[in-house]
Write a protein that binds this ligand. Structure first.
Ligand SMILES: [Zn+2]
Length: 423
């Protein structure tokens, strides 16, 4: 086996036992191979090279991805596997010819687009003819549904056009999108499933003030939340992803609650005995467009492929998995502390919080801040925090913040517009 040093697959030294021997016995023999041991894939470089530049931000619809899918469709990778409620095409993108079959679906919830962006970054990686990609494609057959809910994507809603949450429809299968996913699952017979989602900005990791930029779950397959061999594979995979991703986002990876819900797709597929991993993209500091999150999702997926490729999922890593702190809903977007108000003729010091609503205006997602909590707050931390140090609240109506009003007000002499100090 001969390699150019710059194109040596990062996992070769673990895959080929004979190569491992060469690496370990190389001191006086072959300096060239000695270096293999230190070679590892630079995920940052790989992402920079393969990032799909034509899509960004939160609003990703079928109109955005169809041209890319057609561009990538060089060898019949693309199929229309069904239609949405409103008759939009649901596509699958199939690549690779290997024995391990992985089924992935994104944007089952229409307003959760980060994993869709990362999926296209992965497609470019797989189409990029690198040695790593070619080895993966010999080992895997990947069937990818990049947008399961195109109607919800257009409407920017979690639900489909019938206002049904597809991730609560896995028993009823009442919706065409649910039926498409189930029929692909039945015919493809995957060895692994990746269930790709976004989560809200409200989650911290455990008791910390760090946002859950990524969260994972190996869904339960029964009420007792027992661990069988297939769930263990998902658990080990997540433990491995976490280990790698901690280097990039230390302390910002959470674990989702694993209460069993048979109406959720992940729980159902796990019940059918297929190791299923839930990926959730969340908030990264100052990244409401989720472009950093997209990158870390790409890192996670590539890492997951690498771990499966290396069969590095056979240990028992339950402890490492359980050591990942659980998601904790204690963040708000904007938190204002020590505000003086006039209430019933008395002065009082309070805190209040605002939250962004993502609203479609002229075909674009706009983040509009509304006051959502006053005084007795559920949130402990804000992604943005402001200490008014006793400054008086005022707005065009008076000296009291009111729930659900747009976050436009004064704190002392500072004017806040859409939640932030007006510059
Ligand atoms: Zn979701």
């Amino acid at each position: 086996m001969k390699f150019d040093l710059h194109t040596i697959p990062f996992f070769v030294y673990k895959v080929e036992l004979s190569m491992v021997n060469i690496v370990y016995n190389c001191k006086n023999k072959d300096v060239y191979f000695c270096k293999i041991k230190q070679y590892s894939m630079d995920l940052e470089l790989v992402f920079a090279k393969y990032k799909e530049q034509t899509i960004q931000g939160r609003y990703i619809t079928l109109d955005h991805i169809e041209p890319i899918l057609h561009r990538l469709n060089t060898n019949n990778q693309l199929q229309i596997i069904g239609k949405s409620v409103q008759g939009k095409s649901i596509y699958s993108y199939q690549i690779g010819s290997g024995p391990i079959k992985i089924l992935l679906w994104s944007q089952m919830h229409g307003d959760e687009s980060s994993t869709t962006k990362a999926s296209f970054d992965c497609f470019n990686f797989f189409e990029g003819n690198s040695n790593e990609a070619e080895l993966f494609l010999k080992k895997f057959t990947l069937l990818w549904i990049p947008m399961l809910n195109p109607d919800g994507a257009k409407l920017y809603t979690r639900e489909n056009a019938n206002s049904i949450d597809l991730n609560r429809d896995s028993q009823d299968l009442s919706q065409p999108e649910s039926q498409v996913l189930r029929s692909v699952f039945n015919s493809f017979k995957p060895d692994f499933c990746f269930n790709l989602h976004d989560q809200r900005t409200i989650y911290s990791v455990g008791q910390t003030n760090k946002p859950a930029t990524l969260s994972f779950l190996a869904p339960a397959y029964n009420q007792e939340r027992e661990i069988n061999s297939s769930r263990l594979k998902a658990i080990n995979l997540i433990a491995g992803i976490n280990e790698v991703l901690q280097k990039y986002i230390p302390g910002q990876i959470g674990r989702f609650d694993d209460s069993f819900n048979f109406n959720c797709v992940g729980d159902t597929f796990q019940f059918f005995g297929v190791p299923t991993v839930l990926f959730e993209g969340g908030h990264y500091q100052n990244d409401y467009d989720r472009e950093m999150t997209r990158k870390f999702l790409f890192f996670s997926m590539i890492t997951a492929f690498k771990l499966i490729y290396e069969n590095d999922i056979v240990d028992n890593r339950i402890d490492k998995y359980l050591n990942i702190s659980q998601n904790n809903p204690v963040f708000c977007d904007l938190l204002y502390k020590n505000i003086k108000i006039n209430y019933d003729g008395k002065e009082k010091i309070i805190n209040f919080a605002s939250q962004y609503k993502e609203e479609i205006i002229d075909g674009k997602i706009v983040f509009n801040a509304y006051i959502v909590q006053i005084d007795a707050l559920d949130c402990l931390f804000g992604h943005y925090e402001y200490d008014a140090k006793g400054a008086l609240y005022s707005d065009e109506y008076g000296n009291l913040p009111r729930l659900d009003q747009p976050a436009n007000f004064f704190l002392g002499n500072f004017q806040f517009e859409n939640g932030l100090i007006k510059s």
